[in-house]
Design a protein around this ligand. Structure first.
Ligand code: IMP
Length: 198
């Protein structure tokens, strides 16, 4: 059975990745199994740069093929900000709540057709033989003018995916994972791994 490391400590993310890759002949470890690996600064200009940096750095420590992801929200009216700064949108002491407040303020008074946005996720895989490979998923939608729903995290209460009338925070997790940027990137990764690990 081939071993892989998921370059994350986030239990929700690890669980989502394990579910998406369920049934494949692989053993999935995570950063919880390597507590001595220091935090990796996400200083890339793109999601892909950050994901590749994390995957390579964790490989250097573990010598095991590693997956890493990076994701965020792009808002058209803000020229695709906050993008790679999604987590830190409201500054050094950002919280999900402060980020959402700032986003609402930036879009105040705009019509629905000026509130278009997308979530984007890149998952990269690294080992010295395949080098680096990246899989991308996106989910188009728009930002509403007040938070709705209590599920999820981050910008979920403000984001309504295209074709739906509920925010990510109002949808159940199974539905969100099917249509989300991360769910779609993971589906591409699974298709690749089905050939690679068989
Ligand atoms: P990360 O790639 O998990 O570090 O995500 C970076 C940031 O993007 C998060 O802190 C959130 O602000 C935002 N984000 C990424 N994915 C989602 C999502 O599925 N829902 C809401 N916010 C998200």
């Amino acid at each position: 059975m081939k071993q892989f490391v998921i370059a994350s400590k986030n239990e929700g993310k690890i669980k989502e990745i394990k579910n998406a890759l369920h049934g494949l002949n692989l053993e999935l470890l995570s950063l919880a199994d390597f507590p001595d690996i220091p935090d990796i600064e996400e200083d890339g200009r793109t999601f892909e740069e950050n994901a590749i940096k994390k995957a390579k750095t964790v490989f250097e420590h573990t010598k095991i093929t590693t997956f890493a992801d990076d994701s965020g929200l792009e808002v058209e009216h803000l020229r695709n900000a906050p993008g790679v700064y999604s987590k830190r949108f409201s500054g050094d002491n950002s919280t999900d709540e402060l980020n959402n407040e700032k986003l609402l303020k930036e879009l105040e008074g705009l019509d629905i057709d000026e509130r278009r946005a997308r979530f984007r996720c890149v998952i990269s895989i690294y080992n010295p033989f395949i080098n680096e490979l990246s899989f991308e998923g996106k989910c188009e939608g728009y930002i509403i003018d007040e938070p709705k729903g209590t599920n999820g995290f981050g910008y979920d209460p403000l984001f309504v995916p295209e074709g739906y009338h509920k925010t990510f925070a109002e949808l159940d997790l199974v539905t969100k994972n099917k249509i989300s940027h991360r769910g779609r990137a993971l589906a591409h990764l699974r298709t690749y791994l089905e050939k690679y690990v068989s």
